[in-house]
Design a protein around this ligand. Structure first.
Ligand SMILES: Cc1ncc(COP(=O)(O)O)c(C=O)c1O
Length: 362
């Protein structure tokens, strides 16, 4: 069951043909405060790639220790918006210009990247990103545990440790191995990463993000309390443990509102065609799920099984397939969980439809 935030229906009532994103800032504030309270004792960074919207970042900045960034663009964005915020800069490929950016921690992803950094003779405080050979089954996305472009083999970490020399300083290990795991699975992964880092006598460990959200059951939330309890119990004296969640922080704070343009039956199946599309909200296509939604309607249309489609010229432009809903032309569909990897990962210019409006619940 989805709970509509106060103010959303009012925006839906005035919605025209241009879809709108609505960000629930009070909801984000409450959620981030709860995550912060649960994770006391751990360093909490927010992965900006999940959603770099300035209003969301300002809310999150009150609750996190820093931001995880993955490009020069994200570094500049945060520097302009929230100067002085500690940054951890990762990502599988960095240009020389990006390696030169001043950040609190730089996540080095290969011996070749480290050599370029050393050659610049600039001081840098680094974590070495390892891709450990551990099972990541059950993850929605795997960045480690096998052959991927992310991080490096333990042998290459060993090589980096031999190469590192003044003015570059190695502080520890970074390991974002998978996204979409529940607390027990993330703790199992943490055990492997902690054992590895300790075998190298490295006491600063960034365990990445990847805390699961459920698009099929939005009420099912990541268990921050048991995860953080498990992490604190595992922490050795003097160790710094850092996490950098993205999706599980902001997903719930975004809504995407779009109107029904047409309802029709094709080859026996019902379709609702919406004013928006996956050029605004690509999340369901990339993840292969039905985006959860509520209908805001004054019509009394029959409840039927239908597919919610956008109006792009591609059969992939679908938000939800074979779902039950009572929909008529003019009704508003409010897609929930559109606050992470949503607008910012969508192909906005395909067909040159208008960009959505953005509203921020105060
Ligand atoms: C290095 C790194 N850290 C953190 C994250 C955030 O992951 P999530 O949004 O699943 O929490 C990602 C996502 O791809 C990542 O690549």
């Amino acid at each position: 069951m989805l709970t509509i935030p106060t103010g959303l229906e009012g925006i839906a009532e005035t919605l025209g043909d241009v879809p709108a994103y609505v960000y629930d800032l009070p909801g984000l504030d409450r959620h981030a405060a709860a995550v912060r309270a649960a994770t006391e004792g751990l360093e909490l960074y927010y992965a900006v790639k999940a959603n770099p919207d300035p209003a969301l970042l300002r809310v999150l900045a009150e609750h996190v220790d820093g931001f995880e960034v993955s490009s020069g663009g994200e570094v500049e964005h945060i520097r302009a918006l929230l100067p002085g915020m500690p940054l951890a800069f990762g990502g599988p490929g960095k240009t020389d210009a990006e390696l030169a950016l001043p950040v609190r921690r730089l996540h080095v992803e290969s011996p070749a990247e480290l050599r370029r950094l050393q050659a610049s003779r600039r001081p840098a405080d680094v974590l070495l990103r390892v891709n450990l050979d551990v099972p990541v089954g059950g993850a929605a996305l795997a960045m480690g545990g096998g052959a991927t472009p992310f991080g490096m083999d333990p042998d290459d970490v060993t090589e980096c440790l031999k190469l590192i020399a003044h003015p570059v300083r190695a502080h520890g290990i970074h390991a974002h191995l998978a996204s979409g795991l529940d607390a027990p699975d993330l703790l199992t992964l943490a055990d492997a990463v902690l054992a590895y880092a300790r075998s190298l006598n490295l006491g600063e460990i960034n365990l990445g993000g990847g805390m699961a959200v459920s698009y099929t059951d939005p009420a099912h939330r990541f268990d921050w309390t048991s995860y953080a309890h498990g992490m604190r119990a595992r922490r050795a004296p003097g160790e710094i443990l850092r996490i950098e969640p993205g999706r599980a922080l902001t997903a719930y704070s975004g809504w995407y509102l779009t109107k029904v343009l047409d309802v029709k039956r094709v080859h026996g199946e019902w379709f609702a065609i919406l004013t928006g599309g996956t050029h605004h909200l690509r999340t369901p296509v990339t993840k292969g799920h039905n985006q959860p939604f509520v209908v805001i309607s004054r019509s009394h249309s029959p409840d039927r099984e239908l597919t919610l489609a956008g109006r792009l010229c591609t059969p992939k432009d679908v938000f939800a397939r074979h779902v039950r809903a009572a929909l008529a032309v003019g009704d508003v569909v409010a897609f929930a969980m559109a606050g992470a990897y949503a607008w910012n990962i969508s192909h906005h210019d395909f067909l040159l439809h208008p960009k959505p409006a953005f509203h921020y619940l105060p």
